[in-house]
Every structure is written in structure tokens, then in C-alpha cells.
Design a protein around this ligand. Structure first.
Ligand code: PLP
Length: 357
């Protein structure tokens, strides 16, 4: 197998350091003689890892004491329901910026009164709506900071007059975040901080307990905060890999350092898309995501799409097919994607242009 450059949208590439550590732990977890796959979650060794993981989250994102972080199974999609169960009493507004945002809204509508305050579906979700007003009587306002499928991103922390809840599945830990501005931040680990199988939820503790409905024990964030994510068997293996991924992130300088790298990687690729006569970007320039870069063949060149896929594949590019609802190409430049991978993709695009000059 030749060298591959992986741009998968999720599960994401992970740092080799984390994979190597995981291979060791699969054989022998912390010198216990037991594989991490079989370690009891009630052992001292596991509790240490769990505590370390929580501490790394708090340190890397500078999470204030007002907030707690929990790790659960079920995927980000189940969090759509959790959010509504735990926070929706009278009314909530959602910013409808794509398929995931819309799914989150639909789950809330099954629980209570929730609506889209603004929506960018008119242009196939290629921009982030702006200029709407947020009523002050909402239980919360929900945003999806990075729209994985369409390559748009909210890169700032909004000032919001009501509790702000954000799905940050695909841009968490890609930049510093002012956690104090959010009542909750959540997401699946598999886009930027670990393997599939675990979600993170950072919750402002005093934002809980405001709904009158009965919340089943497993769906109640209070349960998991109180039991430190060990009310039931946690996804031990996924949490282990996430811990190693965060250790790596810390070792290279944390979110500030990775933000710089992510900006450089994205600039490399967007500059090429804008320069190269064969391709055009699909997202509005001011809303372009640093994580998922979406582009299509330039007008008149559409029939070369399959040829470029084959050309790129032969040069080791993996996972650059756009989501079926957008078409074209999508390169995901998550934290563990290296600058050299992006350079290889850019070189491939340049060669393709030369071939067709
Ligand atoms: C992938 C994704 C989800 C869904 O995650 P699952 O863990 O597969 O349920 C939700 N929101 C965003 C922004 C995503 O990118």
C-alpha cells in the first residue's frame, strides 16, 4: 500500500501517537496485565484515566468551574433528544444551518415547542444566516458551529441573551472557545477528538433542573454529572483513545497551536480552490469552515469530476467525495490531518489542471 492522505469526514484521522499508545494499551493497560478492552471501569487504574480525560478537557478548553464535562454513548444524534429533554420547558429556537442542525430541531419538536429562527436551506446551506433577532423568552438557542456536510462554520462565540447550546461535533478543540458563553457544548468524539462510540457534553450546572417534565434517569444530565460519567459502564475503549488524542493535542501546544495549524491548512486548500481554474468552492467565503472544505468542478468542467476522483485516488487521496446532498468534493482537515496531506492534495489539483490546459 502506497502513502495515503486521509480526508475522511468522520470517523476522523487520529494522531499516530495516540494510535501507538492505544496498541500498547490493547495488550497491557498501565501494567495491569489486562487489555484496555477488558479492564473493569471500577478499577483505580481506569478511574485515573477517566479523571485524566476530564482534566484534559478542562485544561485544553479552559472550562470554568461553573461547567462540568460528561462522556456518554449514543452518538451526537442522541444528544439532540437529551438537549430538549433537559432544557426545553416552553420554547426553544434553532439556527437551521444544515442536516445536523435540522435533525436536532426535529428531535426537540418531538418534545415541545421548538422552531427555526433562521435557515439557509434556500441556498443549500452554503452560508450562515445573520441579522435575525433572538427573543429573550426562549429556554435556549441552539446552533451547530460547524456544518460538516456543507463546509460552513460559525468561528466566533456568539453573545446570546438566552442560554446558548452548541453542537460542536466537528470543530471542537480546533480553536479556543469561550466556554462561559455557553449553557452547553456537545458533540460526537469521532470528528476531531477520538474514535466513534463516545460523546462529550460540557454543561453549565446551574442551567439544569429548570424543566418540569419527568426525565428518565439515563437521559438526565444530572445523573451523569453526579456519577462522573460512570452511572453505567462507560465506553471505556473510546474514552481511552480520546484521552490519548487529547494528550497529543496538549503535547503540541493545545488549542491555540492547533488553531494556527488549522488556519494554515485551510488557507492552503482554499487558496488553491480559488486559484485553480478547474474548481470552485461551494460555501460563502466569509463562512468557510476550517474543518471541512467543500468544492466542485468549475462551470463547464463538470464532466471531469469522475476523472479527478480517479486521478486523486491514484495519488493516495482518500475520503474526498462530497456528501451526497452537496456532491463534488469535501476534504476534512481535522486536527490530526497534517499540512503535508493538504500539500499533497493541492499538488494533485495543480497537476490535474496542467493535464487539462
Ligand atoms: C456527525 C455529526 C453529528 C452526528 O453524530 P453521530 O455521533 O453520528 O450521531 C451531529 N452533528 C454534527 C455537526 C456532525 O458532524
Amino acid at each position: 500500500m502506497g502513502k495515503v492522505h486521509v480526508f475522511n469526514a468522520g470517523p476522523c484521522v487520529l494522531p499516530q501517537e495516540a494510535i501507538d499508545k492505544t496498541i500498547e494499551a490493547l495488550k497491557d493497560f498501565k501494567g495491569t496485565g489486562i487489555s484496555v478492552l477488558s479492564i473493569s471501569h471500577r478499577t483505580k487504574e481506569w478511574e485515573e484515566t477517566m479523571n485524566e480525560c476530564r482534566a484534559l478537557w478542562k485544561e485544553l478548553l479552559n472550562i470554568p468551574d461553573t461547567h462540568e464535562v460528561v462522556f456518554l454513548g449514543g452518538g451526537a444524534s442522541l444528544q439532540f433528544l437529551y438537549v430538549a429533554m433537559n432544557f426545553l420547558e416552553k420554547k426553544a429556537a434553532y439556527l437551521d444551518t444544515g442536516v445536523w442542525a435540522h435533525k436536532a430541531l426535529q428531535q426537540a419538536q418531538g418534545i415541545g415547542d421548538a422552531y427555526a429562527i433562521a435557515c439557509s436551506k434556500d441556498k443549500n446551506y452554503t452560508y450562515i444566516p445573520k441579522g435575525y433577532e433572538i427573543p429573550t423568552d426562549l429556554d435556549y438557542f441552539h446552533i451547530t458551529t460547524n456544518n460538516t456536510i456543507y463546509g460552513t462554520e460559525i468561528k466566533e462565540d456568539y453573545d446570546c441573551p438566552v442560554p446558548l447550546i452548541a453542537d460542536m461535533s466537528s470543530d471542537i478543540m480546533s480553536r479556543p472557545v469561550d466556554v462561559s458563553k455557553y449553557a452547553m457544548i456537545y458533540g460526537g468524539a469521532q470528528k476531531n477528538v477520538g474514535p466513534a462510540g463516545v460523546i462529550f457534553a460540557i454543561i453549565r450546572k446551574d442551567a439544569l433542573g429548570k424543566v418540569s417534565r419527568y426525565i428518565p434517569t439515563m437521559l438526565d444530565y444530572k445523573t451523569h454529572i453526579e456519577k462522573e460519567s460512570m452511572f453505567n459502564t462507560p465506553p471505556v475503549f473510546a474514552i481511552y483513545v480520546m484521552t490519548e488524542t487529547l494528550r497529543w493535542l496538549k503535547s503540541i501546544g493545545g488549542v491555540k497551536a492547533i488553531q494556527k495549524l488549522n488556519e494554515e491548512k485551510a488557507a492552503l486548500l482554499y487558496n488553491e480552490i480559488d486559484r485553480n481554474s478547474m474548481f470552485v468552492g461551494t460555501a460563502a467565503k466569509e463562512d468557510r469552515s476550517l474543518m471541512n472544505v467543500c468544492f466542485v468542478m468549475a462551470p463547464g468542467k463538470e464532466d471531469l469530476q469522475d476523472e479527478f476522483f480517479a486521478f486523486a485516488k491514484a495519488q493516495g487521496m482518500v475520503g474526498i467525495k462530497g456528501h451526497r446532498s452537496v456532491g463534488g468534493f469535501r476534504a476534512s482537515l481535522y486536527n490530526a490531518c497534517k499540512k503535508e496531506d493538504v500539500e499533497a492534495l493541492v499538488a494533485c489539483m495543480q497537476e490535474f489542471e496542467k493535464l487539462h490546459k
